[in-house]
Design a protein around this ligand. Structure first.
Ligand code: NDP
Ligand code: OXD
Length: 314
């Protein structure tokens, strides 16, 4: 019962090493070498090449090595087996760190002070908004959105959230569905995007959404933080909104094309902060343990956890 490690875009070596250590009774095989396709019962995927998981007659489950599964569903020849995703405290904490870091950075004018330091400028703000004055809106109230919301509230931010179905999160003003999206946007100074990429959400962070954000907030204009997926955003619309002054700043961890092409204007735009899709990295130790536990559950006849709903696409 071997495990196929099918990874592109990340170095597979640490994953293979962890799986060999955590599953010593298994053969761990990779795409780059010949292996017995009939022996493969499990596949661990990060952006596996389309078709790579076809023709594995005993495949029982595919483990996404990230929380997102759009990369798995991008395969038109994906076998009809359960897809299991990452839900893990280590990854969740990392994402909340990212969200809190950038919300605080926007609140406290971090970018401006870095620019001032480079110019040796001592310019003290006489007015400083408090966290409670900043209305943060989180798109996606799933595992990551809810944790980030809770941690932002500890810092004192005024937080609301938006999801597909109605959510009831104590202390959080919750909006649901397309009908409530305009009201959610109208009370949002900093939009944090933590949605999965599905046919329904693709391209949602575009001109109409950006124009719906609050313009009367304490930062002097709305900001966005997208750590969900690049396919959620229309980068030309973000740049146009920044240039028109409709958007004050965009913190982007994910991009339409990754790695972000060298010629992209996002790299040098003064209103953009770029991070290289590492808001919440998958730690091979933590995620390796999760995969090993899922295999143990399946083989003990228990229900595996975090099975993705294929119809919803997340
Ligand atoms: P979950 O599946 O737990 O939550 C997804 C949330 O999005 C849910 O609240 C869901 O609504 C909402 N949602 C989905 N579709 C829609 C829609 N059409 N309209 C409104 N709301 C919608 O996902 P996670 O919180 O675990 O992760 C979110 C995403 O974060 C991942 O899919 C991945 O793309 C991204 N990610 C990025 C990382 C990075 O390093 N940049 C790291 C990890 C994840 P409902 O509650 O009704 O189901
Ligand atoms: C994930 C990611 O989905 O790292 O976990 O993007």
């Amino acid at each position: 019962m071997s495990l196929l490690v099918a990874i592109t875009g990340w170095d597979p070596a640490p994953w293979v090493e962890r799986f060999r250590r955590l599953l010593p009774d298994r053969e761990i095989v990779t795409l780059g070498e010949p292996f017995d396709r009939r022996a493969v019962h499990y596949a661990a995927s990060w952006k596996h090449p389309p078709g790579a998981l076809a023709g594995l007659p005993h495949l029982e489950a595919v483990f996404s090595l990230g929380a997102g599964v759009d990369h798995v569903f991008a395969d038109p020849r994906l076998p009809d087996v359960p897809i299991l995703r990452v839900v893990d405290a280590d990854l969740t904490n990392r994402m909340s760190e990212y969200v809190v870091l950038h919300c605080l950075g926007l609140l406290r004018g971090r970018r401006r002070y870095l620019d001032q330091q480079a110019e040796r400028l001592w310019l003290d703000d006489k007015k400083q908004p408090a966290a409670a004055d900043l209305r943060v809106g989180i798109m996606g109230l799933g595992v990551l959105g809810r944790d980030a919301a809770a941690k932002l509230r500890v810092m004192g931010f005024d937080v609301a959230g938006w999801s597909r179905s109605r959510r009831d999160v104590p202390g959080l003003r919750c909006f649901a569905g397309e009908a409530e999206l305009p009201a959610f946007l109208a009370r949002t100074d900093v939009l944090v995007v933590l949605l999965p990429l599905t046919p329904d959400t693709r391209g949602i962070v575009a001109r109409p959404l950006l124009e719906g954000l609050a313009r009367d907030g304490v930062l002097g204009g709305p900001c966005i933080v997208n750590a969900g997926r690049g396919g959620l955003q229309v980068e030309s619309d973000i740049l146009a909104a920044l240039d028109a002054g409709h958007l004050k700043h965009a913190v982007l961890d994910v991009f339409e094309t990754e790695p972000l092409p060298k010629e992209s204007p996002l790299w040098t735009h003064p209103g953009v902060t770029v991070t290289p899709h590492n808001a919440a990295m998958s730690d091979p130790d933590a995620i390796g343990r999760l995969v090993a536990d899922q295999i143990r559950r399946i083989e003990a006849g228990e229900e595996p956890r975090f099975v993705v709903d294929r119809a919803r696409g997340y």
